[in-house]
Design a protein around this ligand. Sequence first.
Ligand code: NDP
Length: 311
Amino acid sequence: MEKRDVVIIGTGPAGLTAALYTARANLKPLVLEGHEPGGQLTLTTEVENFPGFPDGVMGPELIGNIKKQAQKFGAEYRSTKVTDANLKKRPFIVTCEDGTTIEAKTIIISTGASAKFLGLKNEKELTGRGVSTCATCDGFFYRDKIVHVVGGGDTAMEDSNFISKFAKKVYVVHRKDTLRASKPMIERAKKNPKIEFIWDTEVTEIEHNASAGVTGIIVKNVKTGKTEQRQTDGLFYAIGHTPNTSFLKGQIELNEHGFIKTRAPHPDTNVEGVFACGDVQDSYYRQAITAAGSGCQAGMRAERFLEEHGH
Ligand code: NDP
């Protein structure tokens, strides 16, 4: 069986920064990239709040650069998804989707979080045919079209603004009459003449046909119970994310929402030798810079753990 000192699962800014630190410590980390290499930053356009880039930087470029930087010091990348991890005893065993297993002295988990769906009939089948969870990936396809965005957080505001660059009209459908998004984001969306808000409303059904994909939605006012049919070409979900921890069930302590519990201020989990960083253990800050910071901590803790255990 392949033996490794450090296995890193996930390649967002957290995992890649952990790779950079452990590679620089000469630990030759193996980074298992999963099905969404680069994580959420690869689905975004310009990042304006990552320190060191006064003119902003494109998400994929930032990820590509951290990846190269870690590779320069010896990080190795492998395109595979982890399906199982045995963390009951050391060395740990990681199983990949192709059935191969890797023995690891330490593991850094940085699998991030995935977009949530509403749970409506046909929504998964219609993904890519009118339903989307990624405005920056798909907004371009809605030039001069009508789009509905579901959610009331920063993502909904940001997505609506982005899509409005292409679409002729963007409706934000929110289940309350107040937004949880930050003030500047709300102001920007409210000032945008192409964006209109539909308050206290839930989407209950998606209408579609074989040739066009999504053609409309049925919405319901949660206060009055009144339903309405609305024509739309696109339905974008911006309703939050679920941590990617299903492969860890029963192996590691998770909170009630499935995020990994770490021992703040350290990235240590309840399993000695397993560390977690980035969005998979952070449902509050969820920023590229906080993910990278926690990745640095996880890398350093893994290095010290190996040192303490006679590496
Ligand atoms: P949030 O969890 O902040 O917001 C999710 C929104 O979706 C809420 O308004 C919520 O409604 C709504 N929602 C959740 N589930 C459902 C459902 N089943 N049906 C209808 N509506 C639903 O997620 P975001 O992705 O917006 O943001 C996550 C984090 O990332 C935040 O901390 C945010 O600040 C940050 N972020 C920052 C950005 C930036 O600074 N540039 C850009 C994007 C995100 P309700 O309000 O009723 O709970």
